[in-house]
Write a protein that binds this ligand. Structure first.
Ligand SMILES: NC(=O)c1ccc[n+]([C@@H]2O[C@H](COP(=O)([O-])OP(=O)(O)OC[C@H]3O[C@@H](n4cnc5c(N)ncnc54)[C@H](O)[C@@H]3O)[C@@H](O)[C@H]2O)c1
Length: 242
């Protein structure tokens, strides 16, 4: 399958390029604002994989919709306006969008929802994510996925119950709150821990990505899966079948 990579000069773009041939893909366009890269793709591309920057997404996804190409979106930190552009494009093309393309994190999402449903509000949910010092957005898209899974398990409204870090005189922690904490440093690829803290015991579910290849391989599997599907928004869980 012939693909275009958006954000081709970046950490994820370079990983996609490195593993694509071994997975049966040919990279026909390398889109990036860095010197020496392309600004668009030609007619031979059969799908687009985007790991770039949130501001780049609306124009790229609209171009893919015009060309009728499946779009795999890994870029995180989209504003509500930018997200609207993605939703608009998904009326014309299949768009797979996930804050994390690894098998492990998608399984962790399922486990988080189940654990939250089983434990209920007697267990306080706190999520801790750690990433390398170059990451530009916080919290991570993965932490948001996991927080939404916990909210779904608890039957709560994520928008109302989410808290991002704490500082100053915060008062007592209310039940039902879902807190996310972001750590940045060094070269950490991506660690996420979901904690369920009760009066007598504590459960911690942790995923640690050891290589960006886990995300790149998942994204390539997703673009192959999306080819020929009807228009709509899909997640990595749709691709994995759970
Ligand atoms: N969903 C996942 O599984 C997953 C995994 C890792 C990273 N990410 C996300 O993917 C994105 C990229 O991550 P990264 O670590 O590769 O970042 P990076 O900074 O190394 O690479 C981003 C690339 O995008 C390019 N870029 C910026 N603006 C552009 C534009 N307007 N048009 C084209 N290219 C543009 C940059 O020049 C850079 O080369 C981030 O949003 C990150 O959070 C998602």
């Amino acid at each position: 399958m012939k693909i275009a990579i958006v954000g081709a000069a970046g950490r994820m773009g370079r990983m996609l390029e490195a593993i694509a041939p071994g997975m049966g893909f040919e990279v026909v366009a390398r889109i990036d604002v860095a010197p020496g890269f392309n600004s668009g793709w030609g007619e031979d591309a059969e799908g687009v994989v985007d790991f770039s920057f949130h501001a780049a997404v609306p124009a790229m996804v609209a171009k893919a919709a015009e060309a009728g190409l499946p779009y795999v979106l890994g870029t995180t930190g989209l504003s509500p306006e930018e997200q609207k552009a993605v939703d608009e494009a998904a009326k014309k093309i299949p768009v797979v969008q996930s804050g994390n393309y690894s098998l492990g994190v998608n399984l962790l999402q399922v486990l988080t929802e189940r654990a939250a449903a089983a434990l209920g509000e007697a267990y306080d949910v706190e999520i801790c994510e750690t990433h390398h010092r170059h990451k530009k957005d916080a919290p991570s898209g993965t932490a948001l996925m996991l927080a939404k899974a916990a909210a779904a398990g608890l039957g709560r409204n994520f928008e109302e119950d989410a808290v991002y870090g704490r500082h100053g005189e915060t008062g007592e922690r209310p039940h039902g709150q879902i807190a996310i904490h972001s750590l940045r440093g060094g070269s950490v690829v991506g660690d996420h821990t979901v904690m369920f803290m009760g009066e007598l015991e504590r459960i911690e579910l942790t995923h640690r990505a050891q290589s960006r290849e886990a995300f790149a391989a998942g994204a390539l599997a997703a673009v192959k899966w999306a080819k020929g599907r009807s228009a709509g928004r899909y997640t990595m869980r749709s691709v994995l079948g759970f």
